[in-house]
Design a protein around this ligand. Sequence first.
Ligand SMILES: NC(=O)c1ccc[n+]([C@@H]2O[C@H](COP(=O)([O-])OP(=O)(O)OC[C@H]3O[C@@H](n4cnc5c(N)ncnc54)[C@H](O)[C@@H]3O)[C@@H](O)[C@H]2O)c1
Ligand SMILES: [Zn+2]
Length: 350
Amino acid sequence: MRTVHVETGKPYDIYIERGIIDQCGEYARKLSAAKKVTVITDSNVAPHYQWRVLNSLEKQGFEVKTHIFKAGEESKNLNTVSEMYNTLAGFKMTRKDIIIALGGGVAGDMAGFAAATYLRGIDFIQIPTSLLAQVDSSVGGKTGVDLSYGKNLVGAFHQPISVLIDPDTLKTLSDTYVCDGMAEVIKYGCIKDSGFFKNLADENALDHIEDVVEKCVSIKRDVVSRDEREAGERMLLNFGHTLGHAIEKIYNFKGISHGMAVAIGMVLISKAGEKAGITEKGTADKIEDLCIKYGLPTHDNASFEDMAKAAISDKKTAGGSINLVLLNKIGESFTKKIKLDELLNFITTD
Ligand SMILES: NC(=O)c1ccc[n+]([C@@H]2O[C@H](COP(=O)([O-])OP(=O)(O)OC[C@H]3O[C@@H](n4cnc5c(N)ncnc54)[C@H](O)[C@@H]3O)[C@@H](O)[C@H]2O)c1
Ligand SMILES: [Zn+2]
């Protein structure tokens, strides 16, 4: 069993262990005096795992209800959350009761948001089942939904009372989503840990996935604990994301996944950093090799003009400039403000 303690305003523990999903009832019982638990999950994850979760909870005497929504980012909206509220209210959940978010980042973000807002906030436990959710979205307390105007525009900070990570659940995750999560894994090595980056290059991450998940979660925990509300250091987690988001936007979020776009974004911004003499020469090549090893693309046909335009229209722009995350070298990152009218020139490489 690996435990990562998160010391935020409301401290909690992240437990990583194969098969822990079958003990979720015991963990919930230790942490909560709840009578009722609503398990919120999606239509792909439910057939694999809902019964194991329900059995474990019922063994501990919880009264349990499941709410299943249609899998996919298209469901991540207020209508789906509204249906969750109806399930919670219909089940007469009180402020003492808890929600369990079982699934990928979509389930985690929405169930977390329902927990943050139902009765002005109730406790919830995350059981992340996608690689992205295990290494990224289940840690840090960000919850929310998309609007037709853009992704994650409505949300709340709400920390879970615990995160239970069962790496065995990745066995049923499709290869595409494993690759997707690997982009975030590689990102952690790039921004904070050259030794970890080297391990990813020398070994197969999936052969020692518990170490990998623990390392990523610890890095995110460290960053988030120092910057719970995204005022500074947390921005480093956006490495590769400014151009990644721009590429996702150019393709209207279709045909290219988040992880694929982030992989391309990490390579492009590192090439730009090298051109500017900020990033150690050869860094972009190292990132590119690692992305290729884990099945991720590293270039795209979108023009630098379109990328700059899309990046400027992003919500993270502020006051005539944009914060870019750059590397000095693998394992060392920092943010740099670039004036919007200099962005195109900065990111343009051959
Ligand atoms: N809150 C945060 O800090 C944060 C950070 C990064 C991303 N996100 C959000 O996370 C979401 C993306 O997360 P995601 O990639 O996990 O998407 P997702 O939840 O849609 O899961 C990806 C797919 O895998 C399926 N799935 C998940 N676990 C499975 C398993 N064990 N076996 C079989 N199928 C499984 C899902 O049903 C879905 O089809 C986005 O909405 C993004 O905005 C949030
Ligand atoms: Zn990401």
